[in-house]
Design a protein around this ligand. Structure first.
Ligand SMILES: Cc1ncc(COP(=O)(O)O)c(C=O)c1O
Length: 395
């Protein structure tokens, strides 16, 4: 049986990390996988997380199973973190999942189960797993225009033009903030216009929020999502704690389904919990327990928010320094957009040859579509990177 498996090509982002690890050149820079890095190039454990681990260590008396939907305190605090008071709590069914990817997978499962005909609309470009998981599950998919490579900004007219084709009950996926891979985001008026369109078409929004707090702040990053949630009858949300709590490997996230009314809440919750049962039974507990401790404790929450703010400020200042340095070294304003983008990523707009030259000649590892992880340039690494880009563009 197993001989029927075909060789799998390396994952474009994870494969890049392996090439980077094997590279013995000094001064190499990894701008691939989306993890925060400090000035020393490390991805530290947040101090609020370390403290929560101590609390958990002292207070936990059993490792027995919890409910299929996960930890209640975690679910409640995540609902509040993401949605604020945009929607009454009794309309929001939430399950704990293994990371944001687990939430996406479970919500895709729910869509498929309820309406296998529904088309899933994804931004072009989007995070590759949005496409990969849907393809693996055989879901009907279409993409909508999102990014204008020439101006490196959202092509909103083209987006609205494409979304005009959305059918009732189709599902339209949006990035809550910090769009991956482009770093270009919708403004408040654009969120409103998309909401109007989805309401008019009878389609369901599905917001993936994996970087809350990495753009402009916890509330600012959720503002578009919340304004939408306050107006639509139904909405799906996948939230990840991998980045904003630095809990990448602990696999912490949740799937939320906003129901039209509170009467539907229990049935929806139970169905989502059954999906957990069918896929992996119980979501991992450790990281979710830490998030619940942090969000439920005034001091730890304040400490976490301060640390998150520091990470955000680091990325914002790298954005400005990189834009300035590229302008200086390349003698062009074509990279000025980097300072205006938000989140962990921007797409530089370099061609394949330039991306390869950055890797082969300068040991700078950029994803094939020229996406860079901004945080990979902390500790002054934006300067050698800008110099390498200038050399590559001069060839
Ligand atoms: C857009 C987007 N959504 C969701 C995720 C999910 O991350 P995780 O499964 O690690 O929580 C990521 C991670 O890179 C992402 O970039």
């Amino acid at each position: 049986m197993l001989e029927k498996f075909q060789p799998v090509p390396p994952d474009p982002i994870l494969g890049l990390g392996q090439l980077f690890a094997a590279d013995t050149r000094g001064g190499k820079i990894d701008l691939g996988v989306g993890v925060f890095k400090d000035a020393a190039g490390n991805t530290p454990i947040m101090s609020a997380v370390k403290k929560a681990e101590m609390v958990l260590h002292e207070s936990q008396t059993t490792k027995t199973y919890k409910g299929l939907g996960g930890d209640e305190a975690f679910r409640d605090s995540m609902r509040e973190l993401v949605l604020g008071d945009a929607v009454p709590a009794d309309r929001v069914a939430t399950i704990q999942t293994p990371g944001g990817t687990g939430a996406i997978r479970q919500l895709y499962e729910a869509i498929k189960k309820i309406n296998g005909e529904a088309t899933l609309w994804l931004s072009d470009p989007t995070w590759p797993s949005h496409i990969g998981i849907a393809r693996h599950m055989g879901m009907p998919m279409r993409s909508y225009s999102y990014f204008d490579g020439a101006s490196s900004s959202v092509d909103f007219d083209a987006m609205m033009h494409d979304l005009a084709d959305v059918k009732p009950q189709d599902v339209v996926m949006l990035h809550g903030c910090c769009h991956n891979p482009t770093g270009a985001n919708l403004d408040a008026a654009q969120w409103k216009a998309v909401t109007d369109l989805l309401l008019a078409r009878g389609a369901i929004p599905f917001v993936d929020i994996a970087y809350q707090g990495f753009g402009d702040g916890l509330d600012a990053d959720a503002a578009g999502l919340r304004a939408m949630a306050a107006r639509v009858p139904e909405m799906l949300i996948a939230a990840s704690c991998s980045k904003n709590f630095g809990l990448y490997r602990d696999r912490v996230g949740c799937a939320m389904a906003i129901c039209e009314n509170a009467a539907q809440h229990d049935v929806v919750s139970r169905n989502l919990a059954v999906l957990n049962r069918l896929n992996y039974s119980f979501a991992p507990d450790h990281g979710a327990a830490l998030v619940a401790i942090i969000l439920g404790d005034r001091d730890l929450r304040a400490e976490w928010e301060t640390e998150l703010g520091e990470m955000r400020d680091t990325m914002l200042s790298i954005r400005q320094s990189l834009a300035d340095e590229l302008r200086r070294q390349c003698n062009t304003d074509r990279f000025d957009f980097i300072a205006a983008h938000r989140g962990m990523f921007s797409r530089l707009g370099l061609d394949k040859d330039s991306v390869e030259a950055l890797r082969d000649q300068h040991a700078m590892y950029v994803v094939g579509d020229s996406r860079i992880n901004i945080a990979g340039l902390s500790g002054g690494r934006h300067e050698p990177f800008a110099a390498a880009v200038a050399k590559v563009l001069a060839i």
